[in-house]
Write a protein that binds this ligand. Structure first.
Ligand SMILES: [Zn+2]
Length: 445
């Protein structure tokens, strides 16, 4: 066991009602192995209350530092690390001119391995300890990322990108070599082999990953939905309702479905552990479908602002009551930093011309990128699943050590904070990777 004395930030259990952050100015966090040998939180609270209960446990005193849960990034593309900051005229030209050419390079296992190494290191440097990420349509890209995440003991979920039409030929899933299976059949076979190889290995999880409905044939979507039914604890990830051109395209290709979102439901791809990026242009029937199926939205504010896609409607989501959390969506997103993403979410919620504008509280912004995102993934300890994104006893010991004096302006501003909301909002608005002094990952023993 080991203990850390510092200021502590964590969240009250979801069962206790509305989002509520907890803060202990002089706290003690005790971590140690559970029955399975995984490092988890053993105790958290005031130093004066807990110190006497753990005699003989080494205490690292982190003066002036704040320990907080590791961040959870609900949607990011590891093959788009080099695409970040590429100028383009909206989503579809951006895909054609930058994203597709870069993703082709991931057919090469060595290229994938070096990209995966950089990606995992960059997430950890920014305090992200759990992520759901896209790979490419090449199985090599998936193997490379799982291998690297396993080496770092990082909790990571990814999967083979399913895309058998409407993209450059060498980015599409390929038919089997002797030509016995078409591209849809072969891609599903490859997905299933990757599930067998990686899902549940240590902290790794698999996600069935249709890129988005317009790049998948009906046969591929149907097969993906059937696989999702056979493997109920595997995740599903895709994109929906990001951009109006994309929506018109999806509606033209699947006119029999009630809406773009309903297309996924019609193929069995909406359920718990299904995460849909964006979810901007929804009506209340779409929102109810999210709620009723248990699917969750990966809100990607810096990406939506960068590509001019629109503004996620928080008031609409909360009125109907579906789950959501925050995501960087690099390379459409402009930063790996959860602070930039939380600030982007504040801008998006505040926008009041196309929808109701509201001011999200700092605690709610932070929750969306930690405990809330973990809950959207089903990684909140319910139903026997592991818990991340929080520091309640039993949670996996993934956390960050924040230095609120990391820059002159942060030091000046955080010193003025009169309450927790002011402290958190100072870090959300002014923070970046410099705030993250250390990222600690739960190690199995
Ligand atoms: Zn995306």
């Amino acid at each position: 066991m080991k203990a850390y004395r510092a200021s502590l930030l964590w969240f009250a259990p979801h069962s206790e009602g509305p989002v509520r952050a907890l803060f202990e100015e002089d706290g003690l966090l005790v971590v140690g192995p559970n029955a399975a040998g995984v490092q988890v939180v053993q105790a958290i609270g005031a130093w004066r209350d807990l110190a006497g209960q753990y005699p003989g446990v080494a205490v690292e005193h982190l003066r002036g530092r704040i320990i907080a849960p590791g961040f959870v990034d609900l949607h990011v593309h590891y093959p788009q690390t080099n695409v970040i900051g590429s100028p383009a005229d909206g989503l579809l030209p951006w895909l054609e001119n930058y994203t597709f050419p870069e993703e082709k390079r991931f057919a090469d296992p060595e290229y994938s391995a070096q990209a995966a190494t950089f990606f995992v290191a960059e997430l950890l440097r920014n305090g992200v300890t759990t992520t759901l990420t896209f790979a490419t349509s090449h199985p090599e890209s998936v193997d490379a990322l799982f291998t690297q995440a396993q080496a770092q003991s990082m909790r990571l979920i990814t999967g083979l990108c399913l895309m058998d039409r409407h993209a450059p030929p060498d980015l599409l899933n390929q038919a089997s070599a002797p030509g016995r299976l078409d591209a849809a059949e072969q891609s599903l076979l490859e997905s299933e082999a990757l599930i067998q190889r990686w899902h549940g290995q240590g902290r790794l999880g698999y996600a069935i990953t249709p890129r988005f409905a317009p790049t998948c044939t009906e046969a591929q979507l149907r097969g993906a939905g059937e696989m999702a039914a056979r493997y109920p604890d595997v995740w599903i990830q895709s994109h929906v309702a990001e951009n109006k051109d994309e929506i018109a395209w999806a509606r033209a290709l699947f006119p029999q479905s009630r809406s773009y979102l309903a297309t996924y439901d019609d193929f069995g791809l909406m359920r718990k552990r299904a995460i849909y990026a964006h979810c901007i242009h929804f009506d209340d029937d779409d929102r109810a479908l999210m709620r009723d199926t248990g699917a969750a939205a990966a809100i990607s504010p810096t990406s939506n602002l960068f590509l001019g896609s629109g503004f996620f409607d928080y008031a609409g989501a909360d009125r109907v009551g579906f789950q959501y959390g925050l995501a960087s969506d690099v390379g459409g997103g402009t930063s790996f930093s959860p602070f930039h993403t939380m600030l982007g979410a504040y801008y998006v919620a505040r926008e009041g011309q196309t929808k109701q504008g509201l001011s999200l509280s700092p605690q709610h912004l932070w929750w969306q990128h930690t405990a809330g995102a973990a809950r959207a993934l089903g990684l909140d300890g319910s139903s026997g699943a592991p818990a991340v994104g929080n520091l309640l006893p039993g949670c996996e010991a993934d956390f960050v050590v924040l230095n609120p004096k990391a820059t002159p302006l942060l030091a000046r501003k955080t010193a003025l904070a009169a309450n927790l909301d002011e402290l958190l909002f100072s870090m959300i608005v002014l923070g970046d990777d410099r705030l993250i002094e250390r990222t600690v990952i739960s190690q199995a023993i």
